[in-house]
Design a protein around this ligand. Structure first.
Ligand SMILES: C[S@@+](CC[C@H](N)C(=O)[O-])C[C@H]1O[C@@H](n2cnc3c(N)ncnc32)[C@H](O)[C@@H]1O
Length: 237
């Protein structure tokens, strides 16, 4: 995957929005950037602090970064974070996008790398029906419990939002057309859904969701699931 192609990160002040597994923080640091890495989850940052020793870490919510002055960063990088924002609480991603705009320098750039929505009509690559069914079930069960869940946005929708916030120019392209879903990822989602189903109080609903999950997993047996595509969106302040 050719992320961040043609961009020069050396010596630049960069906000890695959503430390997560440290992939981006470490990558940017190795590239010579001056990185501030923010995540709401301190536990995620613990390991990354040891891996990226020249970067600064802050545990905070990206939708409220009052502690950072406006016009601070050359780049804000969101590597698989936009789809994760609604996992923590019901928020309008606009709040995070506005904060990214505020902390960017004039002509600074926001880069968003993420999945297209897993819907055949919104995704340019193949969208496997089995994976779509599993995704819908996971989200439905989470919503029944009042929990947040992953939510993908189409780059076209984000671009409209970014322009309305004040970004002057936006551009998006397909980074990867086909994303294979290995069996272990499928199993991880199965486990999450099972745990959530067990928390539902109504017997009849628990039963119905369990049957649906079993049916999907049976269909997935022996199939190679390739689903979804990944985009890179760039927006200049
Ligand atoms: C899929 S991971 C990101 C991976 C990371 N960028 C990387 O490249 O390795 C998503 C991260 O976003 C963080 N996150 C989600 N909502 C957030 C919020 N409102 N503020 C800060 N971090 C948030 C999660 O805690 C999680 O660590």
């Amino acid at each position: 995957m050719e992320k961040l192609k043609g961009l020069d990160m050396e010596g630049k002040r960069i906000l890695d929005a959503g430390t997560g597994g440290c992939n981006m923080t470490k990558f940017l640091e190795d590239w010579g950037a001056r990185v501030v890495s923010i995540d709401v989850r301190e536990d995620w940052q613990k390991e990354c602090r040891e891996m990226a020793t020249d970067s600064e870490f802050i545990t905070a919510d990206l939708t409220d970064m009052k502690f950072i002055k406006e016009n601070t960063f050359d780049y804000v990088i969101c590597n698989f974070v936009i789809s994760a924002l609604s996992q923590n609480k019901d928020l309008l991603i606009t709040a995070a996008l506005r904060e990214f705009y505020r902390v960017l320098k004039k002509q600074g750039m926001l880069v968003i790398i993420d999945y297209y929505p897993f819907e055949a009509e919104l995704c340019p690559g193949p969208c496997d029906n089995i994976q779509i069914e599993l995704w819908r079930l996971e989200n439905t069960v989470a919503e029944m419990l009042g929990k947040g869940h992953l939510e993908e946005f189409s780059p076209a929708v984000l671009e409209r939002e970014l322009i309305s916030i004040g970004f002057s120019d936006t551009d998006s392209s397909i980074l990867l057309e086909e994303v294979p879903w290995p069996t272990d990822i499928f199993k991880e989602h199965e486990e999450t859904i099972k745990e959530d189903i067990n928390k539902i109080e109504e017997d009849y609903l628990r039963g119905a969701f369990r049957r649906k999950l079993k049916e999907i997993m049976k269909k997935a047996e022996g199939s190679v699931i390739k689903s979804g595509s990944i985009y890179e969106l760039r927006a200049e302040k």
